[in-house]
Design a protein around this ligand. Sequence first.
Ligand code: FE
Length: 205
Amino acid sequence: MSEPHPVETTDPEDRARAIQSLLIEKGLASTDAIDEIVSKYEEDIGSMNGARAVAKAWTDPEYKEWLLSDASTALDELGYTGLEGVDLGVYENTPEVHNVIVCTLCSCFPWPTLGLPPTWYKAPPYRAKMVKYPRRTLREEFDLDLDDDIEIKVRDTSAEVRYMVLPQRPAGTEGMSEEELAELITRDSMIGVERLGEKHADELR
Ligand code: FE
């Protein structure tokens, strides 16, 4: 019987699947345990933690300052730490600056605040194009047409530091509670491929 020969692959998903089968084969992990972790991040956490942190920052200036200067500790205060999120950074979108996150190397993502990364985030076209042509990519792939005078900053996430975006609070949301605000905040707005508009606030009323 011949040994299975190594297959070269550059797709992180293929590699992860190969590692997962090996771990199961060697009895180091069970499919149940892996499924449980995945479903926890997919269904229980999702991007709600990030949304709650953003809503808190919108309504509490002191917390916002803390979140922007020392995100890991500020998020830990809310209980949002753990797997894949040891060192976290938050960048604020303003009328002048728009931040967007990407992992050019693979698919690093702030799991504790945004859950598991969407498929397109892990795909090579997004990773390559966003770094080189952010304005065009946001317009063509995400229907987000930013004015030329808005500076776009692409934040390259890594295995060591994971970033998320603090989106701008939409106009017309002045009277809303923290809980109501959290409902408006989408995962994509915290990746930086969407801007929260007045449309979202209107829809809620
Ligand atoms: Fe990565």
